[in-house]
Write a protein that binds this ligand. Structure first.
Ligand code: ZN
Length: 175
């Protein structure tokens, strides 16, 4: 297990209108291709896959070896690979997929302190269009925007409430 430093976005390159939840199909396909079982008991090469309806399935633990991008050691666990069902050269991701991706990215970025610039596309590492010409890296990175500020606000409010409560307790004790 490695500490994840990158998150790479992929598409399945199969239209979500042909198959709206491709996890099983891809798991079987990758089993036939590599027979490379994950610690979670799956064969899918990616860590996560997001179906047309936004359902997220995890196939490999974060930091586990993957079979998703052979360039620059991106399979050794340093990179969490997220695949969206669809062919985004021809169609656009569904809003439910974007919301699910946003929530997943925010969770992973926060958990592993991953730099926003380390959210990357497969096509920047291999000569393919993955995750499709309809996906824009600036937009995808913007999905994690505001996370830190919002969290800080929450933390500040929590701290303030605790201070007020402590003061109230002190006052009550003096009564
Ligand atoms: Zn890819």
């Amino acid at each position: 297990m490695k500490k994840p430093e990158y998150i790479m976005i992929h598409h399945s390159a199969v239209s979500y209108d042909r198959n709206s939840d491709q996890f099983e199909a891809n798991n079987n396909y990758h089993k036939a291709q590599w027979d490379f079982k994950s610690s979670l008991g799956f064969y899918l090469g990616y860590n996560y896959e997001i179906a047309k309806n936004g359902k997220v399935r995890q196939a490999r633990a974060d930091g586990e070896t993957t079979a998703a991008c052979y360039q620059q050691n991106m399979n050794d666990g340093r990179c969490i690979h997220v695949c969206l069902d669809g062919h985004f050269d021809n169609e656009k991701p569904q809003p439910a997929q974007i919301f699910a991706l946003r929530d997943l990215l925010r969770k992973l970025v926060d958990k592993y302190k991953i730099k926003k610039d380390n959210i990357i596309f497969h096509r920047d590492y291999a000569s393919k269009s993955c995750p499709g010409s309809n996906l824009d890296i600036v937009f995808i990175r913007s999905l994690v925007n505001g996370q830190t500020e919002a969290q800080n606000d929450d933390e500040n409010i929590k701290e303030e409430l605790i201070n007020i409560l402590n003061k109230a307790i002190e006052l009550i004790k003096r009564l």
